[in-house]
Design a protein around this ligand. Structure first.
Ligand SMILES: Cc1ncc(COP(=O)(O)O)c(C=O)c1O
Length: 468
């Protein structure tokens, strides 16, 4: 790089840093909650103040309209602040009914459980309610051990199951685990989609359960190979291991059907739901299971509350879940997500496939991934590889930053695969906004291929991250 271009580069970075220094952060959050998060959002130039959010639109205090293509990692399937969900929650509050008495039968929990089990179909007949995906995973760990009398737990490489100790024990990436051990013993991972490895592991008959996402989200929107889940189910039954599907991101019509499992004809022993079950407003999760599993845990009167939680079955969460299902079903959002998702991937392929850094565009329903890889052209390959060495997330984070700042689109790279940009808008997204996304990502990808400013930005980001 010449001195002149280096100087231009550095002045561009310094200019950005000035703007960044002017960002107004919420002092009390900075002082008392998570200052590192504030610093990270500042570095990424994503620390904006939101005024209100509606559907797929996020409006900032300084007048920007940002399109949400992240959905809070698949929380906002029904769109932000859906009026029908808000009305149901207001109604629940106005009712002044019994809340968290821990001494009565919360009827709405029965109604929601029945609905979820009917929609899930197959063999699941009971629901345990909780307040997060991780809590659902924790319950599934306990219940699978109680049911099988085994302690081993099998999971897939690249999985994301949550950050509580049990869930964390089912994730391979050392980034999430470092410093928090020892975690649960007896866990083992196998490659996602690899049946011989699964057979080898299951035949030891050590494993209570195989935990697996139907479509791996944070691993990079990895779809199962054809026929995979039919064999997984057959083998799990053969060797007495329970099949636990983590549908925390893929459930609630995200992929077009109520469960992604329904695309593959699989009938799991347990299913974990969370995120979109909240309606984006009140934390809510559910572990669905067979009667036989329930009976292994709640075996007697004495054990009727052997696994529970204070916020489980609370009225607001139950109303949020019921109202969200009503919206998703009434408006046919699953079928819509499936159809528009296909259309979106077609358009993305049309516009992006010719760029050499774009490796693949894949997905199902409104859950898509754009995968990038090192370019062949030397002038691009050198900076690309340099930034990969500094931090493997750097390239993707500059894409995210530019999408946000220049195009007013919020998206993110996958948590366990930094070269995949996740595309997951609310299922109510307007067709013209899908086209806005196609144009926006094309602009950013074009800049990455043609303009030195992209790499200047990456260098600036690298410097700021190193300084932090
Ligand atoms: C597939 C999957 N499972 C489980 C979890 C954990 O959910 P929570 O963050 O609600 O604990 C997540 C969170 O992102 C997830 O993506």
């Amino acid at each position: 790089m010449s001195r002149a271009s280096m100087a231009t580069l550095m002045s561009a970075i310094l200019q950005e840093e000035d703007q960044h220094a002017a960002t107004d952060v919420d002092r009390s959050y900075d002082d008392h909650v998570n200052p590192q998060w504030v610093r990270l959002l500042n570095v990424l130039q994503m620390n904006v103040q939101y005024d209100h959010c509606q559907g797929a639109e996020l409006f900032t205090a300084d007048g920007r309209r940002i399109l949400d293509f992240l959905s809070g990692y698949c929380v906002h399937n029904a769109g932000h602040n859906h009026p029908a969900i808000i009305a149901a929650l207001k109604d629940e509050l106005d009712r002044r009914g019994p809340a968290m008495l821990q001494s009565h039968i919360p009827e709405l929990a029965g109604e929601l459980a029945q609905k979820l089990c009917n929609l899930a179909g197959g063999r699941v007949r009971k629901a345990f309610f909780c307040s997060s995906g991780s809590e659902g995973v924790e319950a599934a760990i306990k219940f699978s051990r109680a049911h099988t009398g085994r302690s081993g737990l099998l999971y897939a490489d690249g999985a994301f199951h949550g950050l509580t100790c049990g869930a964390l024990s089912l994730m391979g990436d050392p980034f999430w685990k470092q410093g928090f051990g020892p975690l649960l013993p007896g866990t083992e991972s196998i490659p996602f989609g690899d049946l011989p490895s699964l057979h080898r592991a299951l035949s030891t008959q050590q494993f209570a359960a195989f935990f697996v996402e139907t479509v791996q989200s944070e691993a990079g929107i990895r779809l199962p190979p054809a026929g995979y889940f039919a064999e997984v189910q057959r083998m799990c039954r053969q060797f007495g291991t329970l099949l636990v599907l983590d549908e925390v991101q893929t459930g609630m019509y995200r992929t077009g059907k109520f469960l992604a499992a329904h695309h593959y004809g699989v009938e799991p022993d347990m299913v974990i739901l969370a995120k979109a079950l909240s309606g984006g407003l009140v934390p809510n999760g559910a572990l669905l299971m067979t009667d036989a599993i329930y009976n292994s845990v709640f075996t007697s009167l004495k054990r009727s509350i052997v696994h529970t939680s204070t916020f489980s079955e609370n009225g607001l969460s139950m109303r949020a879940g019921l109202a969200t299902l009503d919206v998703l079903e009434r408006d046919g959002l699953g079928e819509r997500a499936f159809r528009l998702g296909e259309q979106l991937r077609c358009r993305l392929r049309e516009e992006l496939s010719s760029y050499e850094m774009v490796k693949d565009i894949r997905g199902i329903g409104m859950l898509s991934g754009i995968e990038f890889h090192a370019p062949r052209q030397l002038s691009l390959r050198v900076p690309f590889e340099m930034f990969m060495k500094i931090h493997p997330g750097m390239f993707g984070q500059v894409l995210v930053m530019r999408l946000f700042r220049n195009e007013n689109v919020l998206a993110q790279i996958c948590g366990n695969n930094f070269l995949v940009l996740k595309v997951a808008p609310p299922l109510i997204i307007e067709e013209e906004d899908l086209e806005v996304f196609v144009r926006s990502i094309k602009n950013v990808v074009e800049t990455a291929h043609r303009s030195p400013s992209f790499w200047a930005e990456a260098l600036g980001l690298a410097r700021r991250v190193i300084d932090l």
